[in-house]
Design a protein around this ligand. Structure first.
Ligand code: BEZ
Length: 239
């Protein structure tokens, strides 16, 4: 009887661990999980297909739904600008590939917000077996146990996850905010001694959180690009 109880407790623990692992959200700064999956552009091998690009992985709950459709269309209208920033887009849901293909064909016919129809160049990945969704913590049981949350994962050229955010089913994401976050990440990636303040936009001044002695001495000098608001807030002019 005792033996039976121990085996039962152990199996509940092991199952619990497996479930916890399967739904864990990767951490900022961790390596983006690799995967191979089928998409509307053929097989995707992540990250090896993407070289030294930035990568933005979007998950969405369901094809042929209005909010998801609006998001994919806005991404398609913005896809060239992401490419110019050295970023590649990937979209993933748990729908089957046939569904992705017919949704894509339908979206490409639409005059969304009065604009000309747009070709969707990025892959719509099918994760029908939920393998990728679980690796990335895209299944949030309060919304659905089979469909993904609206997730955004910004991944740097070294395949490190640099930003993650989630939106509920009811709220479509803002493509300009994704681009703003990418630009901020690229700015701090290029110069890791600076950080970006709230509402930062490309061209705005940045913050220097830690100053060397020579930087401290230069504040306020006529040719310095540093200026102090208070002792704990020093800005660097955009160059
Ligand atoms: C939508 O994209 O419109 C949607 C998706 C899942 C649940 C509710 C709405």
């Amino acid at each position: 009887m005792r033996k039976y109880n121990l085996a039962f407790v152990l199996s509940v623990f092991v199952l619990g661990q497996l479930f916890a692992q399967a739904t864990e959200i990767p951490q900022i700064g961790s390596e983006a999980p690799s995967f191979t999956a089928m998409s509307t552009n053929g097989e995707v091998n992540f990250p090896s297909d993407y070289g030294k690009s930035w990568k933005i992985l979007f998950s969405h709950p369901k094809d042929f739904t209005p909010v998801c459709s609006s998001e994919i269309l806005e991404l398609a209208y913005a896809q060239e600008s992401f490419e110019e920033l050295g970023a590649q887009l990937l979209v993933l849901s748990t729908d089957i590939l046939e569904q992705h293909n017919s949704w894509k064909a339908s979206l490409e016919q639409l005059h969304y917000k009065g604009r000309e129809p747009v070709k969707i160049e990025f892959p719509l990945i099918s994760d029908n077996d939920l393998v990728v969704s679980k690796k990335y913590g895209m299944i949030h049981n309060s919304e659905s146990t089979k469909k993904n949350i609206r997730g955004v994962y910004i991944i740097d050229p070294h395949n490190e996850i640099r930003a993650i955010y989630f939106y509920p089913n009811e709220v479509g994401r803002n493509v300009d905010e994704v681009k703003r976050t990418l630009l901020a990440l690229q700015t701090t990636y290029a110069n890791n001694s600076v950080v970006t303040p709230a509402n930062w936009q490309q061209g705005d001044d940045v913050i220097v959180p830690v100053l060397s002695q020579s930087e401290k001495n230069s504040i306020g000098l006529p040719d310095s690009d540093l200026y102090k608001l208070t002792w704990y807030m020093v800005f660097k002019k955009d160059d």
